[in-house]
Ligand binder design. Structure first.
Ligand SMILES: Nc1ncnc2c1ncn2[C@@H]1O[C@H](COP(=O)(O)OP(=O)(O)OP(=O)(O)O)[C@@H](O)[C@H]1O
Length: 210
């Protein structure tokens, strides 16, 4: 469960998103909304990457603002358009994230092998294509033992084979009790994401679709 209360985010004094109260019990959520509606703002705030007014609390006890290290270890995030330091290799990025997220020893390799990134790990990420960067950032978002994984536009730039792998990762994590929020402009297919629930971002707020 994630509970959002009294949430407000403004940029340069201009309100972007306001959520008086929202409780997300868990499962898989499709975060849907028009361009500029506030999807990335919500996900970045929930990932602890944006300052905001109000509170976000995990499982009624881990407050993002008060226990930020514990919270961030349990909530993972992948950006829509990942930007990494270009001089670091894929392997160096994986090692950094694996240490920060306390990933079990063999976990990173399993993800990288299945998505086909292993042959490119020694190359600097500045030499990666946009699809390779996306695969790397998604693999990083699965490291550790998160309770929630937030994926901003995970479908963009992914080829069909990579998408199938992503759905397999999500299914395996769901079976282990991990919850997901995926933002997407494309409709998500409930065949691949059983129990899919919808959150709509409009009029500068977020509501579950009844
Ligand atoms: N760094 C920023 N500075 C100023 N305004 C911002 C900034 N980031 C986002 N905004 C504004 O906040 C609002 C929500 O933006 P956000 O990126 O969260 O939308 P989104 O739903 O993810 O959009 P898209 O579907 O186009 O990616 C928009 O009006 C946007 O202009």
């Amino acid at each position: 469960m994630i509970t959002i209360s009294g949430f407000e985010k403004s940029y340069q004094g201009r309100l972007a998103l306001k959520i008086p109260s929202l409780a997300l019990p868990g499962g898989v959520y499709w975060l849907r909304g028009a361009n500029g509606s506030g999807k990335s703002t919500l996900l970045k705030a929930m990932a602890g990457l944006l300052d905001f007014k109000g509170s976000i609390v995990l499982q009624e006890k881990v407050d993002l603002k008060k226990q930020d290290v514990a919270y961030r270890r349990r909530v993972n995030f992948a950006e829509a358009e990942p930007v990494f330091p270009e001089f670091l290799t894929g392997q160096e990025m994986v090692s950094l994230f694996a240490a920060a997220k306390r990933a079990p020893a063999t976990q990173p390799q399993a993800y990288l092998d299945s998505i086909g990134l292993t042959p490119d790990l020694e190359r600097p990420v500045g030499a990666y294509s946009s699809g390779m960067l996306k695969k790397l950032s998604l693999a990083l978002a699965f490291l550790g033992q998160p309770d929630w994984i937030l994926l901003d536009e995970p479908l963009i730039t992914m080829d069909a084979a990579a998408l199938e792998v992503l759905y397999q990762w999500i299914a395996a994590c769901r079976a282990a009790g991990v919850h997901f929020i995926l933002s997407s402009h494309q409709a998500l297919d409930a065949t691949f994401l059983p129990g899919l629930q919808t959150l709509v971002v409009e009029d500068k707020t977020v509501k579950p679709l009844a």
